[in-house]
Design a protein around this ligand. Structure first.
Ligand SMILES: [Zn+2]
Length: 414
């Protein structure tokens, strides 16, 4: 069997032999922002993605063990983002008004429920709910707001325990969680046991099709052990007698997909599922050549970005990074961006300020320092929030500042 974490030579879903189609090189933990004294003992692994020819799953060959990735001090609370609050409110109401509408005393389970950002809407409607959240301190935040939450990892055993205590679920939900779990078959088996025969399993994650189309390789980092497509999701859950009955594209995280799955034959399969599968075949998501082309696109993107940064450095221009995101770790380390290219990275998250970016060791400074003395150029690491950011930073542009972007192509824009 494939180990849940660590290095694998076999597909984490179907167990076929796999090999990486490229390597992004030695990579640190994407969200591992360091205190200066921690820089000498930093942990690295090889970031190498593979495409499984047998089941079409895009995955990492190596995933650092969870104790390396999830430090308590970096606990991420979903509800700090107003934008995500609105997104999850809409997600919850879509489930309440459609998936479980008209049911007698429905029961909803969310995997990776974080601080209850989505489940609070079920609680407000007086609906039976249970969150499963492995991070104890994050689960505690949800419980303090009367959102029922168990602090555990979801698997077959926990599914049986939940059924024994609460009965089976009408809906199982997950957002930006499934792509983090290396033992996907374990979750599939758990969902199969927990879901009612007429229940629905709805989850969303960053979408492989968007990543390939935009060459947004910064979606690839330690936490994202999988990048899903409708094709690979369909195949991964087939052994658990679940089928994709609906797909709903989302604009979050630079392009995501929401999948609805149900026990085979229990619900009509909507027309857009077939259309999505056809679109993926046309995009070549099920073919190895597509990933070799993606690799070539990553290499040209890196060359173009470094050429731009080297030119600006030669001209003596000031460049500051905008947003100390997990995604930026892949970009800085893969491209070889240093504090010689980017003076510092501006970020509003207090815990990251005064720290060094993982691997590249670029200082992270408060947002005020960006505003106090605008740089000539800002490298937009938080590109998935480009619309909001460009609206907010009209002062920067008015002062003559320009953005450096790299998705879908390297460019300097106002
Ligand atoms: Zn496979």
């Amino acid at each position: 069997m494939t180990p849940a974490n660590g290095v694998t030579r076999h597909c984490r879903v179907c167990n076929a032999e796999i090999a990486p189609f490229m390597s992004f090189g030695r990579m640190p933990i994407a969200n591992g922002f360091l205190k200066p004294e921690e820089a000498a003992t930093e942990y690295f692994f090889e970031l190498a993605p593979a495409f499984c020819d047998s089941c079409g799953m895009f995955q990492l060959m190596e995933q650092p063990r969870p104790e390396k990735m999830f430090h308590e001090q970096y606990a991420f609370y979903s509800s700090t983002s107003r934008y995500m609050q609105a997104h999850f409110e809409a997600f919850a109401h879509a489930v309440i008004n459609n998936a479980i509408a008209g049911r007698d005393d429905p029961f909803v389970v969310e995997l990776g429920s974080n601080d209850g950002i989505m489940l609070r809407h079920f609680r407000q409607c007086g609906l039976r709910h249970l969150g499963v959240e492995p991070s104890a301190n994050v689960a505690e935040v949800a419980r303090s707001q009367s959102i029922n939450t168990v602090s555990a990892f979801f698997d077959r055993k926990l599914a049986d325990d939940i059924v024994a205590e609460h009965g089976r679920a009408d809906a199982i939900l997950a957002a930006n969680v499934m792509c983090h779990i290396p033992d996907l078959p374990g979750v599939g088996a758990g969902v199969q046991r927990l879901l009612k025969p007429d229940g629905v399993f709805i989850f969303e994650d960053p979408y492989l099709g968007d990543m390939i189309a935009k060459s947004s390789y910064d979606q690839i980092y330690d936490e994202h052990v999988f990048m899903f497509s409708a094709t690979s999701v369909q195949r991964a859950f087939a052994p658990f007698e679940l089928e994709v009955v609906d797909v709903m594209p989302q604009i979050t995280h630079g392009g995501s997909m929401r999948y609805a799955l149900a026990p085979v034959g229990s619900r009509p399969v909507l027309k857009n599922v077939g259309a999505q599968l056809a679109k993926e075949a046309a995009l070549g998501l099920d073919r190895p050549e597509t990933y070799l082309r993606f690799k070539a696109n990553c290499e040209s993107s890196r060359a173009a970005l470094m050429q731009t940064l080297e030119r600006l450095r030669a001209q003596g221009k000031r460049v500051v990074g905008y947003g100390a995101t997990s995604k930026s770790t892949t970009v800085t380390n893969y491209c070889g961006i240093t504090s010689g290219h980017v003076e510092f990275i501006s970020d509003t998250t207090p815990i990251k300020q005064g720290r060094l970016s993982p691997g590249a060791h670029i200082p992270v400074r408060p947002y005020d320092e960006f505003v106090k003395k605008y740089p000539d150029y800002a490298l937009l690491f938080a590109w998935n929030h480009a619309a909001e950011i460009r609206e907010k930073e009209t002062g920067f542009i008015a002062a003559g500042g320009r953005w450096i972007v790299y998705v879908p192509e390297v460019a300097i824009v106002a």
